[in-house]
Design a protein around this ligand. Sequence first.
Ligand SMILES: Cc1cc2nc3c(=O)[nH]c(=O)nc-3n(C[C@H](O)[C@H](O)[C@H](O)COP(=O)(O)OP(=O)(O)OC[C@H]3O[C@@H](n4cnc5c(N)ncnc54)[C@H](O)[C@@H]3O)c2cc1C
Length: 383
Amino acid sequence: MQPLYSEQQEMLAATVREFAAKELAPRAAEVDEKEQFPWEQFKGLAELGLTGLTVDEAHGGSGGDYRDMMVVQEEVGAACGTTSTVLITHVSLGSQTINQFGTTEQKDRWLPSLATGEKIAAFALTEPQTGSDALGLSTTIVEDGDDYILNGTKLFCTNGGVADVFTIFCNADRSAGYRGISVIVVEKGTPGFTVNPQHGKMGMRGCETAELVFDNCRVPKSNLLGEPGGGYTIALKILDSSRIMIAAQCLGLAKGALEAALSYARQRKAFGSVIGKKQAIQFMLADMAIELDAARLLTFRAASLYDAGLPHSKEAAMAKVYASEASGRIATKALQIHGGVGYFKPSVVERIYRDQRVTEIYEGTSEIQRLVISRDLLGDLPD
Ligand SMILES: Cc1cc2nc3c(=O)[nH]c(=O)nc-3n(C[C@H](O)[C@H](O)[C@H](O)COP(=O)(O)OP(=O)(O)OC[C@H]3O[C@@H](n4cnc5c(N)ncnc54)[C@H](O)[C@@H]3O)c2cc1C
């Protein structure tokens, strides 16, 4: 049997693990406590070439594939959930939308500075009145000479408070269904574009989540990605691939929780022996390891299909829903193994327990993943 990862991917994992242990894990509690964007950590990832890992080499990236990125996300996620969310949004959502759907001119314009991490990307689909149902977008895009005029509000935009380049999904005609939706790049500082920070998240607290407001915001037509009306298909394709990275992030969160629980079980004593000797604790640890491995295999399959250019929508949804929910069960067990200490800051498991929760919500809730899977299983049904 082949090992899961290539020798090169094992080396990449080791490099990122070393970086994460030195630069990410020691600062993760502060990032969480102060809702602090991880600038230095992002810069460190950039120096390792990871902020453009899956961007084409011709446009300043490293030309890596999604299995490479999966390895990176697992190591980053194990050390700092916030940094991992920042990286996924920058690489797999914002930059990837331009990388896959931009013209050569658009790629030349935006990708090199995104790939080097000099600039940061964000991706804005969700609005106050609609999240799961992307057909209900009400941010409008109207032609006016060589420009488009945008009006509306986006919500929960990760990296929103710090990003330079935003991919904005908007609707030209709600009666046209999915054909009304387009995606356009809006740069920070464009007149009529305001960014309002959203504070108070349960977890992933350093991500600079923001509301974006467009008030007669004029954007050149040359910023439109793909065809007018092509935005819905682009959103689905990008989410299908980026979900694999959320699954990989969950592997990291689960691994962080399992490692913390193992370490605690080896040293915490109760009733005359370390708790790792109690079968109840041993069985929890065994179940955690089983679920983590199962999640990794599902994620690897989805990433491999994507890398091979094969259909992967159902498999990405399976990986995301399983890895996110498994990481929830693993975080819960890790906290239980820590007893009261696990309930207090700055325990690592307390933070992972909170960080993990959103993985069942963003980039499509667990319910939406199950819809994707069941639609694929059932096909078209008669009325
Ligand atoms: C921390 C954080 C960061 C985020 N970052 C981003 C970002 O960078 N960019 C971005 O665009 N969005 C982002 N989001 C938004 C996120 O993707 C949405 O919150 C998510 O897609 C769910 O949408 P909603 O919140 O509007 O919930 P709703 O769509 O209103 O759903 C509410 C509930 O109803 C369920 N539901 C809805 N439709 C169905 C159905 N057909 N069948 C069964 N159940 C259904 C949902 O599963 C959920 O349980 C972020 C959210 C959070 C919390």
